[in-house]
Design a protein. Structure first.
Lengths: 355, 284
């Protein structure tokens, strides 16, 4: 055998050995890709900055949903997301369909910063399936220069403000408002009640300047103040905060029926290839800087109590009623409802729209 | 060895495969989903096929009323767009001469931007602080910006007409270009004046293009979704929004599919009826 041939064989053997070692490292190493099914806007780096800092090698990709129903449909379908983000009222469906895995909260270093009331929203049948994250209020936002103090959700039906009202384009939200106004049990709306709610919203329809679909699209365009044509609106606190920040006259009602509150929850897909990394991502979402960014940059509440307690900005304190210790006791959190109820409510709303 | 016809048949295979895979198959899937018995998860194992979604539509007259309204809006938009596009096409075909290419490019320029952007531009034009309100207040016609311009059915119609005019002008332009100029000369020799030539020769000979433009605008407008969402408001809702809402906001694909199938069938029926009444083949 020639020296040249031996050298070539040795070279090939070294290359093969190196390839084996590298492959083994690759197979046994930490996964470095994570996919998140999110809402548009939440992919901004400020919303997951702690994770990015701690995992600079991890590639985080985002898929997008445009509604809670859309996100559920994507999870039922072909979504490959490791993590998904949705809002209160939809927790049960993912568990019932085996789409979500239980969360080991002992691995969450920031879990103790989350109040129990928020933790409980992520529990189904006594198990923690979800990590709560963003939250906020829903109430009536109004222009106090045009409208006297609003004390009830029925302000949305006040005919004297026709053409200056804006309701959210959402069936379940409409049912919730009617349930508050008429003191119905939101979780047990009867067919008769639903028929009456439908008529109520058909009558309300001409009062709206527009139904809004995106808080910062129609109601407070471009993260600015409330549309000047709107005097009374079903609104989240973010729009209230941006209007306050713009120095425009605005008030956020504390209705006798109570405000509504929504909470965003993250779940880890049952089919996730990277559950540990996903857990790390969720833990980092609860970290102080990421939570603080959500509040200061986007006017969204965050469940990290340390961050909430540290807020000094008067606009944020007002938007989240942080100086009112009993506000959450007077607030209605979105309850769980069945798929059949949701279908009936959304169909009711489509009929209101079509009328 | 393949003959000429055989070679042509092979050439037709890719477009047919394309049509079957990306048009016919999705359409059949939508029909299949619309035959689901329940509105929840899609399940072909029990109770399928079922007409329950169609029954639901039949039991909810407001859906069909909305479809009728949307068809009426689409017809109004199609007629308006064609009427406004005709002078443009006429100018291009008969008056622009050497500059026709330049004007044609100008006509097609709006297509360089997305449909969504063009509609958004109208939202800015019609809005509270928009260009039209600025003009009205500047010339003193109104004291403060009017709220009547946007979020109405008329805003939807105005925007859609604007969007479709260049689209409608193209088939009319093509039809006008095909007119044999000797017909017009013969009419003139026989004593017909300009208006008579226009109404008795030009218009009849351009009808295939006019009808093509009408159909090209009417068919997509029936199911229009983006424009009413952006500028329609509560009074400017169109049928396409209902379909979209059932797919995205409600997650009720079976009912959304059934509504879409009903819309498709209605549109095809209306176009077929119009074609039969007008006798398109005779015009061509």
């Amino acid at each position: 055998m020639s020296t040249q041939l031996r050298t070539t064989r040795r070279g090939l053997a070294v290359v093969a050995a190196l390839a084996l070692v590298l492959t083994a490292c690759g197979l046994g190493g930490e996964p470095n890709e994570l996919s998140v099914l999110e809402w548009s806007g939440y992919e901004q780096p400020d919303f997951w900055t702690d994770f990015a800092s701690a995992n600079p090698e991890t590639e985080v990709s985002f898929e997008f949903g445009i509604s809670d129903a859309d996100i559920l449909t994507q999870m039922e379908g072909n979504s490959t997301a490791d993590i998904f983000h949705f809002y209160t009222g939809w927790q049960q469906f993912y568990v019932d369909e085996g789409l979500v895995q239980e969360i080991d909260t002992s691995k969450l270093t920031n879990w103790d910063k989350v109040p129990d009331s928020f933790k409980q929203l992520g529990q189904i049948n006594g198990k923690q399936y979800y990590v709560p994250w963003d939250w906020g209020f829903t109430s009536i936002m109004y222009n106090p220069d045009e409208v006297p103090e609003v004390t009830s959700w029925d302000a949305l039906f006040d005919e004297q403000y026709a053409g200056h009202i804006s309701m959210w384009n959402d069936g379940p939200a409409a049912v919730t408002v009617s349930a508050y106004v008429h003191d119905y049990d939101e979780t047990a709306i009867t067919d008769e009640q639903l028929a009456s709610i439908e008529q109520e919203w058909i009558a309300q329809k001409p009062l709206n300047k527009f139904y809004w679909s995106g808080e910062y699209v129609e109601l407070c365009p471009n993260n600015g103040p409330l549309d000047p044509d709107i005097w009374i609106a079903y609104a989240w606190q973010g729009c209230y905060a941006t209007t306050l920040a713009a120095g425009q006259p605005v008030a956020y009602a504390d209705p006798v029926e109570g405000r509504n509150s929504w909470v965003g929850l993250y779940g880890i897909s049952a089919d996730s290839d990277s559950p540990e990394l996903a857990l790390e991502f969720l833990d980092a979402k609860l970290a102080n800087l990421t939570c603080s960014n959500a509040m200061t940059l986007f006017y969204y509440g965050c469940v990290n109590q340390e961050v909430m307690d540290a807020v000094e900005d008067p606009i944020l304190r007002e938007a989240f009623a942080l100086d009112d210790p009993s506000i959450l006791e007077r607030t209605n959190f979105t309850p769980l409802v069945t798929q059949e109820q949701r279908d009936a409510w959304t169909q009711m709303w489509s009929e209101v729209q079509a009328e | 060895m393949l003959g000429r016809r055989g070679a042509l048949a092979y050439l037709a295979v890719p477009p047919y495969v394309w049509l079957v895979l990306l048009f016919l198959l999705p359409l059949l899937m939508m029909v299949a989903v619309s035959l689901q018995p329940a509105s929840g998860r899609i399940d072909f194992t029990s109770g399928w096929p079922s007409t329950s979604q169609y029954q639901q539509i039949a039991d909810t007259p407001v859906y069909l009323r909305q479809l009728g309204l949307s068809a009426a809006i689409a017809l109004g938009v199609a007629i308006s767009a064609v009427v406004l596009a005709f002078p443009l096409a006429y100018f291009l075909a008969f008056r622009a001469r050497q500059r026709a290419t330049v004007f044609l490019i100008l006509l097609l320029l709006p297509f360089a931007t997305s449909f969504l952007l063009r509609v958004m531009a109208w939202k800015l034009m019609l809005g509270h602080d928009g260009a039209i309100n600025w003009l009205l207040t500047s010339v003193g016609l109104v004291d403060e910006p009017t709220t009547l311009l946007i979020y109405s059915r008329s805003a939807v119609i105005i925007t859609l007409v604007y969007v479709w005019i260049p689209f409608a002008a193209l088939p009319i332009y093509a039809a006008l270009q095909r007119i044999d100029r000797s017909h017009l000369e013969a009419a003139a020799d026989l004593g017909a004046g300009p208006w008579t030539r226009f109404f008795r020769v030009t218009v009849p000979l351009s009808l295939p293009g006019v009808l093509a433009a009408l159909f090209m605008v009417f068919i997509p407008t029936v199911g229009e979704y983006v424009t009413p969402v952006l500028v329609g408001g509560p009074q400017g809702v169109m049928y396409g929004q209902l379909v979209q809402d059932f797919f995205t906001r409600a997650g009720n694909w079976p009912l959304g599919s059934a509504l879409a199938v009903v819309m498709l069938a209605t549109t095809v029926a209306l176009v077929a009826l119009a074609s039969r009444l007008i006798d398109v083949r005779r015009l061509a």
